[in-house]
Design a protein around this ligand. Sequence first.
Ligand code: 13P
Length: 291
Amino acid sequence: MSIVNAKEIMVEAAKGKYAIGAFNITDLVQLEGVVDAAVELKSPVIIQTSVKPSKFLGTEVLVAIFRTIAASAPVPICLHLDHCTEVAYCKTCADAGYTNIMIDASKQPYDGNIAQTKEVVDYCHKAGNISVEGELGTVSGVEDQIKVAEDEAQLANPEQAVKFVEATGVDIFAPAIGTAHGVYKTKNPKIDFERLGKINQLLNGGGVKTPLVVHGGTGLPEDYIKKLIEMGGAKFNVSTELKHTLIDAKYEYLSAHRDEYDPGKVDVAVRDAIRKAVSHWIQMLGSAGKA
Ligand code: 13P
């Protein structure tokens, strides 16, 4: 139906008190599984690639596949570049046709983060209908090429967050609030809900202008997800769960069919497992029926 940027669907989500799932994919089968779930449940969706799979598959190939699939899918779809630390590669992906770009300069000193983020914002806004995500504070764990130790993670300061958003002009904003990339080591991770609520109040209290992103979706308990949405989370990033789903589904299928050499059947099993996992997320985020 429509190729959209992340901001447009997130503004609607924030106003309606639901959130959009942003799913990291590494191949075509995963991508198809994500879209299957979104179409089945009539939900807007964000497809994400981190830098490594983006470079491996090639931006032109990825964007061509995305556009072909999006053209026939009856739901709004965004293609997002996740956690890119290189300004030049952000620009390459914007030129290629990604519709949301995350420049992750969160490991830079504050002024450097502002300068790099603003450069990408200016470029993307000139290039077309591309929204930009910036991050302040650091999310612990491992995502693609970015590793942050637990004791190095820093939560976003709400007042500084407002200054950061004003100085950079980012369209959507990811404050570090204690969520982490990868599998949580405890069942009840320590998340600073109030911090997200305060940042949301400061940025969006007078009407939604800069919707907020929650990183580290994998393993968050459902009641946490609901509370984070209440506090302003409008995009939830989910990566590790889909990697596990892909590998487990392949392993299970191959273990049960050791004498069969039919790759198409393995793909069908993976696509269906991804569809189920993403459907569960869409239900939890409340975006079913919002397309
Ligand atoms: P998880 O791998 O914990 O789901 O985090 C994903 C993420 O935040 C990607 O940006």
